[in-house]
Ligand binder design. Structure first.
Ligand code: SF4
Length: 240
């Protein structure tokens, strides 16, 4: 597993961005997140060691986890990234995006039905952006699709969009002023996934967590481990 951030910086675009951890972290360091700049790691997946082997080993490469792969400001750089992705057929490049409505403008000429080694995760937070984004997502030529509902802000019905989805990830918000995550919303999405035989992962609770009508304040460090303890993941097959 490797991380690859060919550029850094991002702009808030939806309700889910309100407590973006990238913006929070940059603010502490006095960095302007709204400035999108290339990083020194731009060619990281094709950099080689002295012995000729790639520095980045085969496997999953988490791409643009401190930005958005489809952000407009990176349009002039993205084609070079696609070339790098095409070269590394031994790696699976996974990125999340809140800009799925830009996808079709961002693909390379030889995309066809999609690259086998690319997983695209469309993020949603509420019913209105789920309906808008997932309707678009369902029509896109992508070989591996997943949905990330994090931070989930309300109960959502996404069942009709699950036909070609391989995984749904759900999680709450981590912030002092986090909006609530109700466990019943999580279980509701899980039920939808099971009915459609789609893998489901409960990634993290929220710092403002509601279960059986009772509100809990949780520590950020416990959010992922508590989700694992809930033991509600549902797996249909080995992914990527
Ligand atoms: S799209 Fe993602 S990285 Fe960009 S501001 Fe929103 S939450 Fe942050």
């Amino acid at each position: 597993m490797a991380m690859w951030n060919p550029w850094r910086g991002c702009k808030k675009i939806s309700e889910g961005c309100l407590h973006c951890y990238i913006h929070k972290g940059d603010a502490k360091r006095g960095v302007d997140t709204n400035l999108i700049v290339k990083t020194k790691d731009f060619e990281k997946p094709i950099e080689r060691l002295k012995n000729g082997n790639y520095k980045v080993k085969s496997g999953i490469v988490y791409t643009c986890f401190s930005t958005d792969f489809l952000i407009e400001e990176a349009d002039e750089w993205r084609n070079d990234c696609w070339k790098i992705i095409a070269e590394r057929q031994d790696c699976t490049f996974l990125f999340l995006t809140k800009r799925i409505d830009r996808f079709i403008r961002c693909i390379p000429d030889d995309w066809g039905d999609g690259y086998e080694n690319v997983v695209v995760c469309c993020t949603i937070e509420n019913q209105s952006n789920a309906d808008y984004k997932l309707e678009i997502f369902s029509r896109l030529p992508i070989k591996h699709k997943c949905i990330t509902a994090q931070p989930l802000l309300e109960r959502v019905d996404i069942e009709k969009y699950l036909d070609d989805i391989e995984l749904v990830v759900v999680g709450g918000e981590s912030d002092y002023n986090a909006r609530p995550l109700d466990f019943s919303w999580v279980l509701d999405i899980r039920d939808q996934c099971i009915r459609k035989n789609v893998s489901f992962e409960f990634r993290q609770l929220g710092t403002n967590f509601i279960k059986d009508g009772k509100a809990y304040r949780l520590k950020t460090k416990d959010l992922c481990s508590q989700a694992r303890k809930a033991d509600i993941n549902y797996s249909t097959k080995k992914l990527w």
